[in-house]
Design a binder for this molecule. Structure first.
Ligand code: SF4
Length: 343
C-alpha cells in the first residue's frame, strides 16, 4: 500500500492524508460530565444527525434480539410526542428522521404529530423525513383505502419522502394501484425491495424494468437460512475491494468512526433512547445518561458509532480493513464481521 521515498533523490514530501474527522475536540476533552453546563449539553447533542423514530411498537424490520431488548419496556408503549419533539428541536445538525409505524395512516393523532415535527424543518432546512410503509398498508380489499390515501396526501410535504417496502409474495395488481397513486400525485417515493431468496431478485428486476423505476433500493434480509444469498450478492471479494475507489479522506474517516452508525440513535414511542438496539441499555431524554452516552460513543469507541474494522475479528489483522466498506447492519445481524470471500 505504501512506498519508501528516498529524500535525497526526491525532495517532494509524500502525500499524507489529513484526518478529516474531528470528533474529539477540546470542548469534549474538557467536559466535566457530572456538572455539565447547558451550552456543553447542546454541543454534545449536535453529534446526533440521524434518528430512527418508532411511533408504535410494531417493529417488523428489527431482529428478534432487538425486539427482545425493547420488550423489556413492555409491548404497549405510549407515544410521548411532546417529549420527543422537545429533543428533536434541539438537534440542530439532524439530517434524517426515519419514521416507523405499523399503521400510522389510520391515526390522525400520529399524523398531526408528524406534521408538527415538520416545524423542525423551519429550524434546520436540511432535515429530511422518511416515512416507512409497506405497499399493502395503503390498500383495503384490493383498492386504495380512502382514509389512508388521504393521510398520505395530508402528510406529504417538501421535506418528506415515502419509503415503500415491497416484499414477496408480490401482488402485482396491488403494486400497480399504489404505483399509480404516487405517480398521479407526484409524491416522492423510494421503493425498497425486500429480498429473502435469489429468485426474489429476478422478480423485482422485472418489476423495476416494467415500471421503469429509478428510485429504489434492493434490501436483502437475513432469515437465518439464507446465508447463500448473502455470499452470492452481498459479500465482497478481493477484486471488488481492489477496484473500489476509496479516497484518502474516506480511509481516514473509516479509521476513526463507522459512517454507517456515527450520529445515529433510535427513539422508542415513550421517548427512551437507544444507541444500539442489540443492547438493553436505554437512556432518557435530557437525563445525564444521554449526555454521558454521547460522550462515551465519541471518546471510548466501545459502541456502534466507532465500530471500525480494526476492532473486530478477523478484519483487525486483514490488509484490507480500511479499504473494505465500513461494518454494516447486515454484519451485526449475521453476528459475523467478514462479509467477504477473502477471509
Ligand atoms: S476480513 Fe474484513 S477487512 Fe478483510 S476483506 Fe474480509 S471483511 Fe474486509
Amino acid at each position: 500500500m505504501g512506498d519508501v521515498i528516498v529524500r535525497n533523490i526526491n525532495s517532494i514530501k509524500p502525500f499524507i492524508p489529513r484526518n478529516n474527522t474531528k470528533i474529539s475536540d477540546s470542548i469534549i476533552e474538557s467536559l466535566q460530565l457530572d456538572n455539565l453546563r447547558e451550552s456543553e449539553k447542546g454541543h454534545l447533542l449536535q453529534h446526533i444527525t440521524q434518528v430512527d423514530l418508532y411511533l408504535d411498537t410494531i417493529f417488523n424490520h428489527l431482529s428478534n434480539n432487538e425486539k427482545k431488548q425493547i420488550s423489556i419496556y413492555g409491548n404497549n408503549l405510549e407515544l410521548n410526542t411532546s417529549k420527543i419533539l422537545y429533543l428533536l428541536e434541539k438537534l440542530l445538525k439532524i439530517k434524517e428522521i426515519f419514521l416507523f409505524s405499523n399503521d400510522l395512516l389510520l391515526y390522525p393523532k400520529v399524523i398531526n404529530e408528524i406534521k408538527a415535527m415538520y416545524k423542525i424543518y423551519e429550524i434546520n432546512e436540511e432535515c429530511v423525513y422518511f416515512i416507512h410503509l409497506n405497499y399493502t398498508q395503503i390498500l383495503t380489499n384490493n383498492t386504495l383505502d380512502k382514509i389512508k390515501s388521504e393521510s398520505i396526501i395530508d402528510i406529504n410535504s417538501d421535506n418528506c419522502i415515502f419509503k415503500i417496502t415491497i416484499n414477496v409474495p408480490l401482488i402485482n395488481e396491488q403494486f400497480e394501484i399504489v404505483f399509480d397513486f404516487f405517480i398521479q400525485l407526484s409524491i416522492p417515493v423510494i421503493y425498497i425491495f425486500i429480498v429473502e431468496q435469489e429468485k426474489d431478485i429476478e422478480l423485482f428486476d422485472m418489476l423495476i424494468s416494467e415500471y421503469n423505476l429509478e428510485n429504489y433500493e434492493i434490501k436483502p434480509v437475513y432469515t437465518g437460512i439464507n446465508l447463500t444469498l448473502f455470499k452470492d450478492n452481498v459479500f465482497v471479494n478481493e477484486k471488488d475491494i481492489m477496484s473500489s475507489q476509496v479516497s484518502a479522506k474516506e480511509i481516514s474517516i473509516r479509521k476513526e468512526i463507522n459512517p454507517n452508525f456515527f450520529g445515529k440513535i433510535a427513539i422508542l414511542p415513550n421517548g427512551k433512547i437507544s444507541f444500539d438496539l442489540q443492547k438493553s441499555n436505554y437512556t432518557e431524554i435530557f437525563d445525564n445518561s444521554l449526555y454521558k452516552q454521547i460522550y462515551n460513543e465519541i471518546t471510548e469507541g466501545e459502541g456502534l458509532w466507532k465500530l471500525t474494522r480494526d476492532k473486530v475479528e478477523p478484519c483487525k489483522t486483514c490488509m484490507y480493513k480500511f479499504l473494505c466498506p465500513p461494518i454494516s447492519e447486515y454484519e451485526l445481524k449475521l453476528k459475523s464481521f467478514n462479509l467477504c470471500t477473502y477471509n
